[in-house]
Design a protein around this ligand. Structure first.
Ligand code: SAM
Length: 240
């Protein structure tokens, strides 16, 4: 993922919090992958927990260190069944991770779990890759990357009928170049009004839907859209 600018992403996410008057001391990243985003927030003295259901990803995350920075805390967990008892100031799920939730029931469960992991007033920010992105950018996309440790190959295809984006990954590590790790990722692309309805059916309030890394409205012409949701509970404990 060396092509992703996580420094910019971290700044953007924190600027959303600031815009909404939220002070952020604790963050949960619910599909943290190899933890680069977590480390960016940790460097800013934010206490961050990263969770992911892939042992492979978490192993990589744990291996990433930064001198003088408190390590993020990593937990193996499916976003549909979060084990956290504490309440975070903010929860994030970035880089299309919600597209990995193939069924609407997965979205529903995940929203409930994330809602329970947030303090009152807390924000949940996630992004989705759009139909536009699948059709015009990633339809038959091939990417190759290599560094001293590993070579990485990725090929994507999109089926408009099923709305499934398939990405095949092949990773070879320099320590064992004969061994090729292969993985196929399946993501469901959803139209934005469908996502709006899923949010409306959840306990969250939607407070923003932004294009790419801006504060302009996210539309079907955007490549990526960030949704900003808030937990609001009345004084008597009822959901507003
Ligand atoms: C495209 S990667 C993004 C990783 C990370 N957020 C980033 O920005 O680099 C998607 C991640 O979502 C994780 N994931 C997919 N479905 C999940 C689920 N149901 N529960 C937890 N993690 C999940 C995958 O293991 C993978 O690490």
């Amino acid at each position: 993922m060396s092509h992703v600018n996580y420094t910019r992403w971290a700044k953007y996410i924190l600027s959303i919090a600031e815009r909404n008057g939220r002070k952020i001391g604790t963050v949960l990243d619910v599909s943290c992958g190899t933890g680069t985003f977590c480390l960016k927030l940790a460097k800013r003295n934010i206490r961050i927990t990263g969770s992911d259901f892939s042992r492979f990803m978490l192993r990589k995350a744990i291996g990433k260190k930064s001198a003088g920075t408190r390590m993020p805390f990593y937990v193996l967990a499916d976003v549909k069944h979060l084990p956290f008892k504490c309440r975070y100031d903010m929860v994030v799920s970035l880089y299309d991770s919600f597209n990995y939730l193939l069924d609407k029931s997965d979205w529903k469960l995940s929203f409930q779990q994330i809602y329970s992991s947030l303090r009152d007033g807390g924000l949940f920010i996630f992004d989705v890759s759009t139909f536009y992105n699948s059709v015009y950018v990633f339809r038959n996309y091939v990417q190759k990357e290599a560094n001293e440790q590993a070579a990485y190959y990725r090929k994507s295809s999109f089926d408009k009928g099923t709305m499934i984006q398939k990405t095949r990954f092949e990773i070879t590590f320099a320590t064992n170049p004969k061994m090729v790790y292969r993985e196929t990722h399946r993501q469901r692309i959803r139209m934005l009004d469908e996502i709006d309805r899923l949010v409306l059916d959840s306990p969250f309030h939607i407070i923003g839907r932004y294009r790419d890394f801006t504060f302009e409205p996210g539309t079907e012409a955007s490549e990526r859209v960030h949704f900003v949701l808030q937990k609001r509970v009345q004084a008597d404990g009822r959901i507003e």
